[in-house]
Design a protein around this ligand. Structure first.
Ligand code: GDP
Length: 445
């Protein structure tokens, strides 16, 4: 799922690599590429239009941060817009004030409702609930048995019509299940309803009758992500026919292109609450728009890091750093110290320097340095004269002794620092000459 879209977007971003600023032409070209990628992923046209309009508007806007290069800025914007289109916040179940909470599942046959009922029961139990599964799909001959099998696997009781009593009335079964739950301390009731292969009015009516009989706290529309644009059409039909509060997307483990996931929220106005990602009962979780967006962009935690870096450093610091890196002046001990203090501010994520503009190649220099190290280095550097700081080559043996005394350190500390600095300086010179400032693994930057 999402592989093609991921690949396409990644290549869009890498074409921005090395750009110093975004021109109108860059924004247009990038938007065009993103548009194609979304259409190819089967995202509904109105969603694509809105998405692209937002990206363009924001990329042109003045929100650009000096801490990020243009490729990173675009990734950040696309990420945020993806989160938005996927629903923003993670949607949680709204539990009834007075139990039982009634959750009704609706959707086409084969969407994965029965499987989802079992998954939901297992998930609810893990969250300290005492669910009851209800077999209100009396259409398919095997449906009740199938739910009983699933219930057993999920260690959850199933409420079903007595065998031998004929087909039974699903509305009555649903109604009776609520009473049963109340008397048997089930705080959540999950009602599996009948589906058809296609949308039909009889099925809709039955679902609507069940809804009216039990007044569910949540109606979940269960839909197979593999059916792409059809998912959106079906979603609309169910919205008109039964109505629902949220969506459960199934078969996200398949090779669906992502269109359903990216379109449904926007088209129906209903959030995706659950994602089902396999046939096993544990392949199931709440749907997290932010994590899904990261997955689509193949970004992992890098975005969190970017934000953390933005929060940690003020612009003047970043600017100063950038100008040091860009200037023809040689890298000095003062610059060295500044770089290290910036890293220290990042705290434990300091070792993930790869995402910091221009600092990727400093990684080896800075790895393994802790706060005390930096304090020591700072003390030594501050005992030097400005001339020595600018050009440590002039520091001879007797000066090293004086500096060590002045900073309360050993001569070996001074020697170590000077050696380390020369290595960093060498690397800096190499970087400046090669123009390669973006040693950013995993980031098109
Ligand atoms: P229902 O007719 O809506 O109740 O659908 P079922 O629960 O019977 O599921 C139909 C088929 O889809 C079954 O073979 C399930 O094992 C399969 N299925 C359900 N959810 C998923 C999923 O998330 N991933 C995959 N790969 N298969 C699923």
């Amino acid at each position: 799922m999402f592989e093609t879209l991921s690949d396409r977007l990644t290549s869009v971003f890498s074409s921005l690599r090395g750009k110093g600023r975004l021109s109108e032409e860059d924004i247009n070209a990038t938007s065009r590429e993103i548009r194609l990628a979304l259409l190819e992923a089967d995202v509904a046209l109105p969603v694509v239009r809105e998405f692209i309009a937002r990206i363009k508007e924001r990329a042109r806007g003045e929100e650009v941060s000096k801490a990020l290069n243009p490729a990173q800025q675009v990734i950040k914007i696309v990420n945020e817009e993806l989160v938005e289109i996927l629903g923003g916040e993670t949607r949680q179940i709204r539990f009834a004030k007075k139990p039982p909470t009634v959750i009704m599942l609706a959707g086409l046959q084969g969407a994965g409702k029965t499987t989802l009922a079992g998954k939901l029961a297992r998930w609810l139990s893990a969250e300290r609930n005492t669910p009851l599964l209800v077999a209100a799909d009396l259409q398919r001959p095997n449906a009740v048995t199938q739910l009983q099998v699933v219930g057993e696997r999920a260690s959850t009781p199933v409420f079903a019509p007595e065998p031998g009593n004929g087909v039974g009335d699903p509305v009555e079964v649903a109604r009776a299940s609520i009473e049963h739950a109340r008397h048997n301390n089930h705080n959540v009731v999950v009602i599996d309803t009948a589906g058809r292969l296609g949308v039909d009015s009889e099925m809709m009516q039955q679902a609507a009758d069940i809804r009216d009989a039990v007044s569910p706290d949540e109606i979940l529309f269960v839909v197979d992500a593999m059916i792409g644009q059809d998912a959106v059409n079906t979603a609309q039909a169910f919205l008109d026919g039964v109505g629902y509060d949220a969506v459960a997307l199934t078969k996200l483990d398949g090779d669906a292109r992502g269109g359903a996931a990216l379109s449904i929220r926007h088209i129906t106005g209903r959030p995706i609450m659950f994602a089902s990602t396999g046939e096993k009962l544990d392949d199931f979780d709440l749907f997290h728009p932010d994590r899904m967006a990261s997955r689509i962009l193949d970004m992992g935690d890098v975005l969190t890091l970017i934000e953390q870096a933005q929060r940690t450093f003020d612009e003047s610091e970043v600017e100063k750093m950038a100008s040091t890196m860009a200037s023809d002046d040689d890298f000095t001990l003062d610059d060295f110290l500044q770089q290290m203090s910036m890293v220290r501010k990042l705290g434990p994520i300091g070792n993930l320097l790869g995402m910091m503009p221009g600092m990727g190649q400093m990684r080896e220099q800075i790895e393994g340095i802790d706060d005390k190290d930096i304090d020591r280095i700072q003390a030594v550097i501050q005992s030097m004269t400005p001339a020595e700081r600018a050009n440590p080559k002039i520091i001879n043996g007797s000066r090293r002794l004086r500096i060590a005394k002045g900073s309360g350190r050993e001569v070996s500390d001074v020697n170590g620092l000077v050696t380390r600095f020369f290595e960093a300086q060498k690397m800096m010179r190499k970087m400046k000459k090669g123009g390669g400032m973006d040693g950013m693994p995993g980031m098109p930057g």
